[in-house]
Design a protein around this ligand. Structure first.
Ligand code: ATP
Length: 235
C-alpha cells in the first residue's frame, strides 16, 4: 500500500532522514519506534506533503506522493493525526470533527454516516459535541484529533505519538481504540515512544535511530529482541 524507497529528507544542510526503505501493506498496523529526535515526525511530514524530500520515492497505491500538496495527499487517502493534537480550541468538538470532513464536503450523507461511526468509536464525544474542544481533558482532545482524522476517511491513518502526555488508564483505552480502528479496516502507521503498548497491538515494527531505520520485524520478533527491550521497553 505504502512504499518508501531510498528516502532522504534535509533541513538545510542537516540530513534528518537517510535512505529510508519502508513498506506498509493494506490492513496492517505498523509501529515506528524511536527516541526523541530520531526522525519519526519528519518521516510523517514527508509522507503528508508538508516537507519535500531531498531524494527518493514515496508511493501510495498507484500514486507517487512526492511533491504533492498536503490536501492532495489527504484526498489520496493518507491522513496524519499530528503530535500535540493541534485542535481549534475555541471551536466546538462537532466543528473540529467536521473540519476533517472538508475534503468530502459535497457528500453530506457520507459525512453523516462517518460521523456516527466516529461517535461509536468515541461515545463520550457525543455528550461533548457542543463544548469548545479546548475545554476537554487531554485524553478527550486526543479522541477529537483522531476522530477528525477519521472524518477524512483515510485508507492509511498515520498517528504521531497519540499517547503523549496521557494518564496510563487513558493510554490503555487509546491503544485499544487504535486496534479497533485497524480491525475495522483502516491501515495504521503509528509512531510511538510507548514501545511496549504499541508493539502489543502491532503486526510489524521498524526502529529508527538518528534518521535511519536500523531494525524491522514482526511483533513477536520485536518483543523478544533483547536490544529492543533494553533500548525501548526497559526490561
Ligand atoms: P519527537 O518525538 O521529539 O518529535 P522525532 O523522532 O519525531 O522526535 P523529528 O522531530 O522528526 O524527530 O526530528 C528529527 C531531527 O530533525 C532532530 O534532530 C530535529 O532536531 C531535527 N529537526 C526537526 N525539525 C526541524 C526543522 N524544522 N529544522 C531543523 N531541524 C529540524
Amino acid at each position: 500500500m505504502l512504499q518508501l524507497e531510498n528516502l532522504d529528507v534535509c533541513y538545510g544542510s542537516f540530513k534528518a532522514l537517510s535512505d529510508i526503505n519502508m513498506t506498509v501493506d493494506t490492513g496492517e498496523l505498523v509501529v515506528l519506534l524511536g527516541a526523541n529526535g530520531a526522525g519519526k515526525s519528519t518521516l510523517f511530514n514527508a509522507i503528508s506533503g508538508l516537507i519535500k524530500p531531498a531524494a527518493g520515492d514515496i508511493r501510495f497505491e498507484d500514486k507517487h506522493l512526492n511533491g504533492m500538496k498536503p490536501n492532495a495527499v489527504v484526498s489520496s487517502g493518507v491522513v496524519q493525526c499530528a503530535e500535540g493534537r493541534k485542535l481549534f480550541p475555541q471551536m466546538s468538538v462537532h466543528q473540529n470533527l467536521m473540519m476533517g470532513a472538508y475534503v468530502h464536503r459535497r457528500d453530506r450523507d457520507g459525512n453523516k454516516k462517518r460521523l456516527n461511526e466516529v461517535l461509536e468509536l468515541f461515545p463520550i464525544l457525543e455528550d461533548k459535541a457542543g463544548q469548545p474542544a479546548g475545554s476537554l481533558s487531554g485524553g478527550q482532545q486526543q479522541m477529537v484529533a483522531i476522530g477528525r482524522a477519521m472524518m477524512s476517511r483515510p485508507r492509511l491513518l498515520m498517528l504521531d505519538e497519540p499517547s503523549l502526555g496521557l494518564a496510563p488508564l487513558v493510554v490503555k483505552q487509546m491503544f485499544e481504540t487504535i486496534q479497533q480502528i485497524n480491525s475495522l479496516g483502516t491501515t495504521v502507521l503509528l509512531a510511538e515512544q510507548n514501545a511496549f503498548a504499541a508493539l502489543k497491538i502491532a503486526h510489524r515494527a521498524y526502529v529508527m535511530e538518528n534518521g535511519r531505520l536500523v531494525m524491522e520485524g514482526d511483533r513477536e520478533a520485536m518483543l523478544g529482541n533483547e536490544e529492543v527491550r533494553k533500548a525501548y521497553i526497559g526490561a
